[in-house]
Design a protein around this ligand. Structure first.
Ligand code: NDP
Length: 343
């Protein structure tokens, strides 16, 4: 049995952050939420710097009363702690080229996702602390739950202990952003990356494929686009099922369904032989994720993700996905029912 340690507010000492200058690189989903939470926890505003290019994110930070530095080198020079909260694919370039050369030897670098640290894409000095504080929530929830006095699920780890204090600082930062209120789960960049990329590259692709094929088969059997879209997702039934699974239990939530449904789901699921799926998941985990194959391929297209139109590989995938009968049917249904959907 593998069970993880859970850290609460009383495990974290905010005094470790006294006098430290804390730089948020990025003021987007996570940056805006975490910086505001940290300030509301009591870190003085003049000890927080938002490093952002001069644009709407920077304006948003200024409008919330933060000090904004557009020159990343200057922000790096004064940082005791850097929260890396720009998108994962741009972190290596900004950090390695601009931040790392100026950062103090004993600075703490805090990531919110394991990806770049696990794949060794960021270059740290061995004297620096590298920690992960990774909320399992979108930024708006990180902020709203904090404001309601609640915590949010979060992973925490110390990945490189340059000062001897890395875990303590990670816990102080977790408490500062409100993560130890509910309990921050001890994890690692390995675990976070394996689980995150497995969900993204194996679990959800299979779920999308299963919806696509179920849709096609039912359509061939004479079901209408309208009925199918509502039956399968537009009614929000799947969202409610997952919500009940989170609140009550993955299997227990089945009890809300009709007896026919419960019997059908359980007998069907238990009859399915998962061997092929297990082999597929193992293959993706070991031969695509953990061996760095996906990361290598993704790094080749990273720059193209800034491009417009079909020169952007992500837009190409969206165009291809749009060809699925499920997507075409949904478009027709949404345009036909536009007025009703607005209500
Ligand atoms: P966002 O996409 O919201 O980041 C936007 C911020 O990054 C803005 O400040 C933006 O400023 C800046 N930025 C974007 N591109 C560049 C660039 N090329 N150069 C300089 N600045 C840039 O990021 P998230 O908050 O979604 O993600 C941040 C980290 O948090 C990631 O590691 C992610 O994996 C992790 N995370 C995200 C979660 C989420 O809910 N989104 C959940 C948990 C973890 P500009 O105006 O300059 O573009």
């Amino acid at each position: 049995m593998v069970s993880a340690q859970i850290y609460y507010d009383h495990d974290a000492d905010l005094a470790l952050l006294d006098g430290k200058t804390i730089v948020f690189l990025g003021f987007g989903n996570q940056g805006a939420a975490q910086a505001q939470n940290l300030r509301d926890t009591g870190i003085p505003n003049d000890k927080i710097i938002i490093a952002n290019r001069p644009d709407s994110y920077a304006e948003d930070a200024k409008s919330k009363g933060f000090n904004v530095e557009h020159d990343f080198s200057k922000a790096a020079e004064v940082a005791d702690v850097v929260f890396m909260l720009v998108p994962d694919q741009v972190q290596p370039r900004i950090f390695n080229e601009i931040f790392a050369p100026k950062l103090k030897d004993n600075a703490t670098i805090c990531v919110a996702s394991g990806y770049n640290v696990f794949f060794k894409l960021l270059k740290f000095k061995s004297s620096q602390d590298v920690v992960m504080v990774a909320p399992r929530m979108i930024g708006s929830s990180v902020r709203s739950l904090y404001q309601k006095g609640k915590g949010f699920p979060c992973f925490v780890s110390a990945e490189q202990d340059g000062t001897g204090n890395a875990l303590k600082i990670a816990l102080a930062l977790s408490r500062g952003i409100g993560a130890t209120k509910l309990g921050a789960i001890a994890s690692s960049v390995y675990e976070e990356t394996a689980m995150d990329l497995m969900a993204e590259q194996a679990l959800w692709p299979n779920i999308i494929m299963l919806f696509r094929e179920a849709f096609n088969v039912l359509k061939e059997a004479g079901c209408s686009d309208e009925a199918l879209c509502y039956e399968m997702w537009m009614s929000k039934e799947p969202a409610e099922i997952f919500e009940a699974a989170a609140d009550e239990g993955f299997v227990t939530q089945l009890k809300h369904h009709s007896t026919v449904s419960q019997y059908g789901q359980l007998s069907g699921a238990l009859k399915l032989d998962g061997t092929a799926a297990r082999e597929h998941f193992k293959n993706i985990l070991h031969n695509q994720i953990l061996n760095g194959k996906f990361t290598k391929e993704f790094s080749k297209i990273e720059d193209d993700l800034e491009k417009d139109g079909l020169a952007n590989p992500l837009n190409q995938l969206y165009a291809k996905a749009d060809e699925m009968e499920l997507a075409q049917a949904e478009k027709r249904v949404r345009s036909r029912l536009a007025d009703m959907l607005k209500q």
